[in-house]
Design a protein around this ligand. Sequence first.
Ligand code: SIN
Ligand code: MN
Length: 257
Amino acid sequence: MEYEESGWYRFPSPFKEAGLKKLRESVDEISRQERPEVVLEKNGNAVRALHGCHLFDDTCARLVRLPTLVGLAEELIGEPVYVYQFKVNLKQPQEGAAWPWHQDFAFWSKEDGMAAPHAVNIAIFLDDTHEDNGPLQVIPGSHRLGLIEPSVDEQGKRSGDWRNHVAADLEYTVPRPQVDALLQRTAKRPAIGPAGTVYAFHPSIVHSSSDNRSMDRRALLLITYNAVSNAPAFSPRPEFLVSRDASPVIPLADDVL
Ligand code: SIN
Ligand code: MN
């Protein structure tokens, strides 16, 4: 199966324009609120990301229960799943900053105590995404290396501050020599496509994205489904980053937002 082999996979989109419009409206409305779930870029006031929206916004709550998405996650993981994380990375025109090369599983294992990468990211494009607005890019097959010991900071110290897990100067990155060695063997691939495109990618795949220097916003919505049997016992991070409720998602009756 392509996902097992390469660690990512483009899935036929279940979204219609009306559903995407509803999601964009929720994102715009939440972006105007001042709350800890809304994170700004370090330089300036541009909204960088929204977190845990499925816990307080009706449209996002319905989204995580769409039968197609839940079915996809269960098929890839092979077990009942719950929503571990929900975020929207916004990359505002000309202001959205990069995400350095990293593996998500580094954060989930080291910060939250997740035992195994029995989770999957479902990425949904809310905007048309092209080479110039900072698309997510992956190194196909890199998930098969397992966890690559990350660089932490110059002193090798952990900050214990969740803000360093969502900022452009990310806390756990794949060391540059390893990234260069991987890129010598395998070309990086961008996740591009029209709004509504859906990709699944593995917790251990090495991925990044560059600054958005274009005039087009690039909103990427990410739902992480984790196997119910893989729920960590305790995370010190806020609930809007790491769900406490590990009960299986109950899919809706249909795929309508
Ligand atoms: C991005 O929004 O470009 C990065 C997403 C991620 O690291 O999961
Ligand atoms: Mn990531």
